[in-house]
Ligand binder design. Structure first.
Ligand code: AMP
Length: 404
């Protein structure tokens, strides 16, 4: 089976084409600055060097971008399939499924209406996802389309985890609650961990730390998310590259008054000028922060400490909720690559049975980085949300073809 995975952003389109027999990526690419000037389309066949297209026809609109992608995939010289009909299914990453979607879903007219109903919860992301779906339906009529939601994995959280302590009427009226994000990543690494540990997922207690430009932590009991750090929006929880994470909500009113700022202005600061960038004033990228901190920059060092302390606090509280822990998982750009961050987070957690092996932690590509006598396994697992989306799409198409 051949599955195309599409991730449509407001001005970008990322894709990967999988041969699901071997789960090999046949081709992948990215169209940037859609609808803006100076866009480009970078196309990779297998592991070859990329080909770049800068013709305005590839980035004038999402429709143009998708047409260019399908043309490249079927092109005689650098394509990987002979015809679009070779694609058996398209899997779409969808940011928000609200309370409507608890798992990946075959897209019908009704499902598409449901995704549109969630636009008020993700006004920046769901409209682009809808555009991607509608364009694929137009260009590939008859090819099944599957939606995989960032929020779906967390729909198993109990009421006491997802309700905020504000008047219940706001939940009833506006559906204000914790949704959580990065669901596909947390689910993917949890499934990988179970496989690597050679234990059934439904017997494991896991904490997954997705630490990247956006970061979130998830407590996973018996394969189900029971709590997560992001909330109603991806602004809550850990301090991130440029997002503040959780702060005292009274700071917002204080800033509006003291800095004579608009509410939109404050929200912009919390989303784009805060986090480790806000503290350090240097960068949102941990590579830059680590380098500057090593060179004696105090604020870069503090920014890293604030981040690691926050991760540590979540690990402690999720350990309490899970009533124990089998494995602590690190994933995403920082989690997978920063030995320093992993060490700072794990140092001091030995009394909880979380004991890092410092040498293994420094070994590139090491998966298990805990000490032999650590009660809890510490694992570094590369996330692969696209593969999870392709697997979900395949599963749904195979189920559909089995007569009931
Ligand atoms: P992601 O959002 O998962 O792509 O993660 C991107 C972030 O990972 C970057 O902004 C960096 O902060 C971080 N990162 C990537 N590589 C490294 C590295 N070798 N050391 C430290 N941080 C890294």
């Amino acid at each position: 089976m051949v599955v195309l995975v599409v991730n449509c952003g407001s001005s970008s389109l990322k894709f990967q084409l999988f041969d699901m027999r071997s789960e090999e990526v046949l081709a992948r690419g990215l169209v940037e600055r859609i609808g803006l000037s100076g866009g480009k389309f970078k196309y990779y066949r297998g592991t070859e060097e990329p080909i770049e297209f800068t013709d305005s026809q590839v980035y004038a609109s999402h429709a143009n971008a998708l047409e260019a992608v399908l043309k490249a995939l079927t092109q005689r010289d650098y394509g990987v399939i002979s015809d679009i009909s070779t694609i058996n299914a398209v899997g779409h990453r969808v940011a928000h499924g609200g309370e409507l979607f608890t798992a990946a879903t075959l897209i019908t007219e009704e499902v598409l209406r449901g995704i549109k109903d969630c636009i008020s919860l993700a006004p920046l992301h769901n409209p682009a996802n809808v555009t991607g779906i509608e364009e694929c339906m137009r260009l590939m009529p008859g090819t099944p389309q599957v939606a995989v939601f960032d929020t779906a994995f967390h729909q198993t959280m109990p009421e006491e985890a997802y309700l905020y302590a504000i008047p219940y009427a706001y939940y009833q009226k506006h559906k204000i609650r914790r949704y959580g994000f990065h669901g596909s990543s947390h689910r993917y690494v949890a499934e990988q961990a179970a496989e690597l540990l050679n234990k059934p997922l439904d017997r494991l207690k896991l904490i997954s730390c997705h630490l990247g430009n956006g970061s979130s932590i998830c407590a996973i009991k018996e394969g189900r998310s029971i709590d997560t750090s992001m909330g109603f929006t991806p602004l809550e929880g850990l301090p991130m590259g440029s997002r503040s994470g959780t702060i005292d909500p009274a700071i917002i009113e204080f800033l509006v008054k003291k800095e004579n700022m608009s509410l939109d202005g404050v929200m912009e600061v919390l989303n784009k000028k805060s986090g480790v960038y806000g503290i350090s004033g240097v960068s949102s990228d941990f590579r830059d922060l680590e380098q500057a901190a090593a060179g004696g920059n105090h604020l870069c060092d503090v920014a890293i400490q604030v981040f690691c302390r926050s991760v540590k606090k979540y690990i402690g509280s999720y350990y309490a909720l899970l009533e124990g822990l089998d494995a602590l998982i690190f994933t995403a750009g920082i989690g997978e690559n920063s030995a320093l961050v992993r060490e700072k987070i794990c140092t001091g957690l030995e009394h909880m049975g979380i004991k890092l092996d410092r040498r293994r932690n420094l070994t590139p590509d090491a998966i298990t980085v805990s000490a032999e006598d650590s009660k809890v396994k510490i694992m570094v697992i590369s996330t692969n949300e696209e593969l999870l989306i392709a697997r979900d799409a395949q599963k749904i198409i195979l189920q559909r073809s089995i007569p009931s």
